[in-house]
Write a protein that binds this ligand. Sequence first.
Ligand code: VYD
Length: 338
Amino acid sequence: ADNNNGTAPTPLTNYLDTQYFGEISIGSPAQMFNVVFDTGSANLWVPSQSCSPFSTACFTHNRYDASHSRTYVENGTGFSIRYASGNVRGFLSEDVVVVGGIPVVQVFAEATSLSAMPFIFAKFDGVLGMGYPDVAIDGITPVFDRIMSQHVLKEEVFSVYYSRDPKHSPGGELVLGGTDPNYYTGNFNYVKTKDTGKWEVIMKGVSVGTHTMFCAEGCTAVIDTGSSYITGPASSVSVLMETIGAELDESGYKVNCDTVKLLPSVTFHLGGQEYSLTHEDYILWQSHIEGDVCSVTFRGLDVPPPTGPLWILGANFIARYYTEFDRKHNRIGFATAV
Ligand SMILES: CC(C)CCNC(=O)[C@@H]1CNC[C@H](CN2CC(=O)N(c3ccccc3Cl)CC2(C)C)C1
């Protein structure tokens, strides 16, 4: 609950270092949902009780039932959101949403159809977008904006800790209104966001070992809590992968597990600081019966202009660098995660 020092923590679950989600409630009495807190989008949706039984992705998750909530307000406007990886369709409703113990009356979407891919792989029920209002579909005021307008937060910021190892508990933590010193050391270094109303910054270079190989003339980096990996322009990532001896197969880039210890750091130059990832941070080592598999948590993704080209720094970056998203000063702060 908002422990009236103006900060509100929500513990997160870490599923295989690729999905981090926390619990919110909607309605009275409370209906519980697991949601990804996604800085790369700005809408809240959960599966609807009225989703079609043929939508497997919908049926295998918790569903919101308006008829069981005494604070439900009908809206009914159509809703559709297109993510890079799949889309969600439904209709708008309004009800009391509680995040970290803070209640807000919120317009959200009841999803009636979810694209099977990738939502059948989702361990979470829905998505709570933590992006700026500028990217909110249908101009709906996002949850964090509704919370800020209540003036209950010590600071108009939220912070994210992602654990690096699924056996850790908690798998992560979202703090509304501040940061949690239990999960970082040292000071924060800040980077101003671009004036685009997105959680994106100017990156000054990407280095492999000591050699700046990409983005030397500057490029855009999105700090995206809802993305599992790091993505960059496909051509750059393929050169990067070639440099570390990774090969592309149907499920992404792989390296020979014997070479992992020798792999170079990959460094992202943000603001006045260099943020390095070692092989510990960017290799997903999975032990299988038939032998170990070492996946590289980088993906090529070409985002067309004007949004792109861009790099997306996702969960594996945030797991190494505790991240504060500052709406008051439109900046992002990074500190070394513990
Ligand atoms: C502005 C908006 C309208 C468009 C641009 N924003 C975007 O595309 C988002 C940017 N952040 C990341 C986000 C990833 N999503 C798609 C997605 O595959 N997830 C997912 C991840 C793992 C397993 C299963 C699933 Cl389902 C998680 C999630 C959160 C549902 C998309």
